[in-house]
Design a binder for this molecule. Structure first.
Ligand SMILES: O=C(O)CC1=CCC(=O)O1
Length: 94
C-alpha cells in the first residue's frame, strides 16, 4: 500500500544542539535503511521549509504507524498521512 506522508519538523526552542544533531543523524540512518528496504520510496525536501514529502510502500496502516512513530525525530514532527489508491487513468502499476 502506498502512502503520501508530509513531515514538518519543529525542533523545540532551547534543545541541546548536540542532541538534535545526534537525532538527525539517527533519523538519516533510519531513513536510508528504510529506502534500501524499499519501504521509503520517495523523500523530497519541500523547498524553503523544514519539511518533507515522502511516499511509503508498506503492507498496512499499522506498519506505517510503527515506522513513523519510531522515527528518532517523531517527537518533533507534525505528520500528515494520505493513503493512496490506484487512479483508473494511471498507466504505471507502481
Ligand atoms: O529533515 C527532515 O525532513 C526529516 C527527515 C526525515 C528523514 C530524514 O532523514 O530527515
Amino acid at each position: 500500500m502506498l502512502y503520501h506522508v508530509r513531515m514538518d519538523v519543529h525542533p523545540p526552542h532551547g534543545i541541546d544542539p548536540a542532541l538534535f544533531d545526534r537525532l538527525k543523524a539517527e533519523e538519516k540512518a533510519r531513513a536510508q535503511a528504510l529506502q534500501r528496504e524499499g519501504k521509503w520510496v520517495h523523500l523530497w525536501r519541500i523547498a524553503g521549509q523544514y519539511a518533507n514529502i515522502s511516499v511509503f510502500d508498506v503492507e498496512s496502516h499499522d506498519a506505517l504507524h510503527d515506522i513513523l512513530s519510531t522515527l528518532p525525530l517523531f517527537p518533533f514532527m507534525e505528520i500528515s498521512v494520505t493513503p493512496l489508491a490506484r487512479h483508473p487513468s494511471a498507466i504505471s502499476t507502481k
